[in-house]
Design a protein around this ligand. Structure first.
Ligand SMILES: NC(=O)c1ccc[n+]([C@@H]2O[C@H](COP(=O)([O-])OP(=O)(O)OC[C@H]3O[C@@H](n4cnc5c(N)ncnc54)[C@H](OP(=O)(O)O)[C@@H]3O)[C@@H](O)[C@H]2O)c1
Length: 266
């Protein structure tokens, strides 16, 4: 896989996260080409990562094994139409744009294109992303897309494209739910008299520790919660109030609202 030619259309934040991940998996920098309209951004990417850059989307498409579409959803139609006809028959097209359906990409590109649609999330920027993939393309194309996304975190697949709405609601928007909780914990710490910097550190390190326990302990979230909740203790006092004020219901309804919004935008 390390010798495959990988091109990016759009050299923004998510493209950079994937490039950094690929290089740390020993992908050859000279096999990575980014097409990006802003000259300053092209310079930044080539200086920092030693990869090749261009302002010409067709150059990026021509002869590449994997083409990653990493522009904003509203920029996608123009970007994709500009490369139609320049892709090789065996190229894998990986779209990370939220809400852009594979049928639209196929219509704009070419119905024979091998398309994999991905819903990543922002922790990809620190190598801890969660990407969910959907495709009707064959095994090799799926493996190639998985190789790219695995470089910056975990991957999973869904069988039905419509499931990506729920994925968007849970892992796509999910980091914001944890950030909100961290914000609220920090503010509460300050209101109880802690210095702001200390309250921030406590919330941040607690989020990291809880996340690592979820990943590494092999125990469920529910089991871990029970483990830190002694009957009649401080955690129990907090959780009683949170349940009483409807936090679980608020989270459930919030996730459903995000999924509905994803369907509306799609
Ligand atoms: N960031 C996230 O949290 C996140 C999470 C999940 C999915 N995604 C998806 O990832 C995609 C990229 O997001 P991002 O945050 O990386 O966006 P971004 O930072 O705005 O990057 C997009 C880049 O593409 C360039 N571009 C625009 N039109 C182009 C064209 N026709 N040809 C080539 N390049 C073009 C843009 O240049 P200009 O600035 O000059 O327009 C910009 O540098 C989006 O579709 C988004 O839905 C992002």
């Amino acid at each position: 896989m390390q010798t495959l030619k990988i091109s990016f259309i759009g050299g923004g934040n998510m493209a950079e996260a994937l490039i950094a991940g690929l290089l740390s998996s020993n992908h050859e920098p000279q096999n990575i080409l980014v097409s990006e309209p802003r000259p300053q951004r092209r310079l930044e990417l080539s200086d920092q990562y030693g990869i090749r850059t261009t302002a010409d989307n067709n150059e990026a498409a021509l002869g590449t094994d994997i083409l990653v579409l990493a522009v904003k959803p509203q920029q996608m139609r123009d970007a994709v139409r500009s490369i139609a006809g320049h892709l090789g028959e065996q190229a894998t097209v990986v779209s990370i744009a939220a809400g852009v359906r594979t049928a639209s990409l196929a219509e704009w590109l070419d119905d024979a294109a091998h398309i994999v649609r991905v819903m990543p999330n922002t922790p990809a920027l620190v190598g801890a992303g969660m990407s969910v993939l959907f495709s009707k393309a064959g095994g090799t194309y799926c493996q190639r897309a998985e190789y790219v996304l695995k470089s910056c975190g975990e991957v999973a697949w869904v069988d039905h494209e419509d499931q990506l709405h729920a994925v968007t609601a849970v892992s796509g928007s999910g980091p914001a739910y944890f950030f909100l909780l961290a914000e609220m914990m920090q503010a509460a710490g300050v209101s109880l008299g802690l210095p702001k910097a200390l309250a921030e550190k406590l919330a941040t390190q607690t989020a990291l520790g809880a996340g690592r326990m979820l990943c590494e302990s092999g125990r469920s979230a529910e089991a871990l919660r029970h483990q830190v909740t002694s009957p009649g203790g401080t955690t129990q006092a907090a959780l009683d109030v949170m349940y009483e004020m409807g936090l679980p219901d608020a989270v459930r309804k919030g996730v459903v609202a995000a999924s509905k919004r994803s369907a509306e935008l799609g």
